[in-house]
Design a protein around this ligand. Structure first.
Ligand code: F6R
Length: 611
């Protein structure tokens, strides 16, 4: 949450920071601000998106070779111009941006107020900044030392970037619990919440770890820990292409990412799945096969869409591997005292690899002796690094706030992991193993086929856009898909939607059904289909509108529905990778019909690094 960018070097900082903020806007977009040093410290900030700030600054002279920029997801204090970052210290000399939460800020604020400080904003950031300044003045130390002393006394999570009017080449940064990347250029340095702001300028990056302090000047990069010991930076080469983070002609990243799915699923299978020879190659599984196949229990921890992938994985692992599985919201798991037994394996699923709750959940499970297997999209992210082993999903950067291609890639990876363990455990027949490899192999082409027929979904979206509520229902593997369909709709169109197991509908939600309620059934053909058809009749008998995702040529199911969208036939284990695609598109087009900014839905941020 919150995007941060910094630059120091020979170029003009403003355009670099502005472009970087546009790329990081997926992390928060309540307000935007930039601080530049050019014979004095200048701060420009405004409530709203990056383009709102940009238009107010049009025509102004914005010079400076050093600067920091922030796009905010509000925690302390409503989104407005005053609470926007950067904040300026009481002396006027320091500017700071912050991603995270300082939990003991109220106590620090009280102490500072006693010492005569007053605050303009309601933010924890302004408190931390003045706390740093007070230490600098009291201890008569330099800024680096003051930051170190302050950070040893704060509780919470942060990435901070600071500039000082009296030191117009240096940016000081620090990280705990939120991501920070340094880009190393020729006589210049870049800082960002991810590498996207620096992609045009350098491929050499350093991922900063928790409790590390960074001091960058154009020609110098110093990394230290909070004990003031110097650390040698580990420089890595980036392999992301610029095109991967641009819209490439699509109106929205979300639409681009939905359409990328044939490729992203293919990329995820490539080099791993060999359907012809009947093999799956996954080093993360192979090297830890004893641990995985002998696990008495698998505990899947994740949030949001990744949690839905976890629910589907539960069905797959139990069916194929005969291992008991529990699926946990990371945010609940971490705050109780879960029983973790010897040999239990935690599977952490995360697109960003930075979700705070998932990260802490696995740290806690590690302390109790669990083995952590990460299924993560962002290479080098915190969850990937905190895992003992894992498999990347290789879906490429996902920028639309609503997760789409990451979900289907997670399912592809989890299915391969389950198949591999099942083969090793002998809980799957050769015939079924080969059949499922073939089924997986065909998924990219089947998704392409679904994407050829978007007109029908667009038309349906026009008819449904005024509904106030939706119900999404499914059984078996289709139940988590119903949850995911409902989540997509509510997050990008702001229409209330609930997902339920189709049978559970009779235990409450059926009371909602009347002629104004669209009920979306995920009803691809499997052994439950007849029961699902009965549920459709129950809805129709109460005048609800039945809209279904069905298997191609399933005329019987189609005959009950008011509207249907079809997907190619497939085994039920892989069907969610198909049936979710029309639901993603339906949510997208309803969001568009309602005039919503589907890439940046209100109140949301892509990477939830606060708890
Ligand atoms: C929904 C969505 C969120 C994320 C959740 C977990 O479209 O994107 O629900 O799935 O915040 O994020 P990751 O997977 O990055 O841990």
């Amino acid at each position: 949450m919150c995007g941060i960018v910094g630059y120091t070097g020979p170029r003009q900082a403003y355009p670099i920071i502005l472009k970087g903020l546009k790329r990081l806007e997926y992390r928060g977009y309540d307000s935007t601000g930039i601080a530049l040093l050019n014979s004095g410290l200048k701060i420009f900030k405004k409530k709203g998106k990056v383009t709102d700030l940009e238009s107010t600054l049009l025509g102004q002279e914005l010079h400076g070779n050093i600067g920091i920029g922030h796009t905010r997801w509000a925690t302390h204090g409503e989104p407005n111009d005053v609470n926007a970052h950067p904040h300026r210290s009481a002396s006027g000399k320091l500017a700071m941006i912050h991603n995270g939460i300082i939990e003991n800020f109220l106590q620090l604020k009280k102490d500072l107020e006693k010492n005569g400080y007053s605050f303009k904003s309601e933010t924890d950031t302004e408190v931390l900044l003045n706390f740093i300044e007070e230490i600098r003045i009291k201890n008569k130390c330099n800024l680096e030392e003051a930051v170190r002393v302050a950070l040893n006394r704060v509780v919470g999570a942060y990435v901070i970037l600071l500039i000082d009017e009296d030191d117009p080449e240096t940016i000081i940064a620090a990280r705990k619990g939120s991501p920070l990347v340094i880009g190393i250029g020729k006589n210049e340095h870049f800082l960002g919440s991810d590498a996207s702001p620096m992609l045009e300028y350098t491929r050499e990056v350093v991922y900063v770890n928790d409790y590390e302090l960074v001091i960058v000047k154009p020609n110098e990069l110093i990394l230290k820990n909070l004990e003031n010991e110097t650390i040698t930076p580990f420089v890595q080469k980036l392999d992301i292409e610029l095109a991967a983070i641009e819209k490439n002609g699509y109106d929205y990243f979300m639409l681009k990412e939905i359409h990328e799915q044939p490729k992203t699923i293919y990329d995820c299978l490539r080099g791993r799945l060999d359907a012809e020879n009947g093999t799956i190659t996954m080093a993360g599984v192979e090297l830890n096969i004893e641990q995985l196949k002998n696990a008495p229990r698998l505990i899947i921890v994740a949030c949001g869409t990744s949690w839905h992938a976890g629910l589907i994985a539960e069905y797959i692992f139990e069916e194929l591997c005969r291992i008991p599985v529990e699926v946990e919201y990371a945010s609940e798991f971490r705050y109780r005292n879960p029983v973790i037994n010897r040999g239990d394996v935690i599977i952490a699923i995360s697109q960003s690899g930075e979700t705070a709750d998932t990260l802490v959940a696995i740290e806690k499970a590690k302390e109790k002796g669990a083995f952590i297997f990460g299924v993560v999209n962002v290479v080098g992210s915190s969850i990937a690094r905190a895992s003992h082993a894992g498999a990347y999903t290789h879906a490429g950067p996902e920028i639309g706030v609503a997760s789409t291609k990451a979900f289907t890639a997670q399912l592809a990876v989890l299915t391969m992991v389950a198949l591999k363990i099942a083969k090793e455990k002998n809980t799957i027949s050769d015939e079924r193993f080969h059949q499922l490899l073939q089924e997986l192999n065909e998924i990219p082409a089947k998704v392409s086929k679904i994407l050829e027929y978007t007109e029908k979904i667009e038309a349906l979206a026009k008819n449904l856009k005024n509904a106030q509520n939706f119900l999404y229902l499914g059984r078996g593997y289709n139940f988590p898909v119903a949850l995911e369909g409902a989540l997509k709709l509510k997050e990008i169109s702001y229409i209330h939607a609930e997902g339920y197991p189709a049978a559970e509908m009779k235990h409450g939600p059926i009371a909602l059904v009347d002629n104004s309620l669209p009920v979306v059934f995920v009803a691809t053909k499997d052994e439950n289909i007849e029961k699902v058809m009965s549920n459709m009749h129950e809805i129709k008998a109460r005048k609800g509108k039945v809209i279904s995702i069905i298997t191609e040529n399933d005329n019987l199911t189609a005959s009950i529905c008011d509207e249907f969208l079809s997907v190619p036939p497939s085994d039920e284990i892989v069907a969610p990778m198909l049936s979710v695609v029309p639901l993603q598109l339906l949510a997208y087009y309803i969001g568009i019909e309602k005039g919503c900014d589907v890439d940046k839905p209100r109140n949301l941020a892509k990477s939830v690094t606060v708890e």
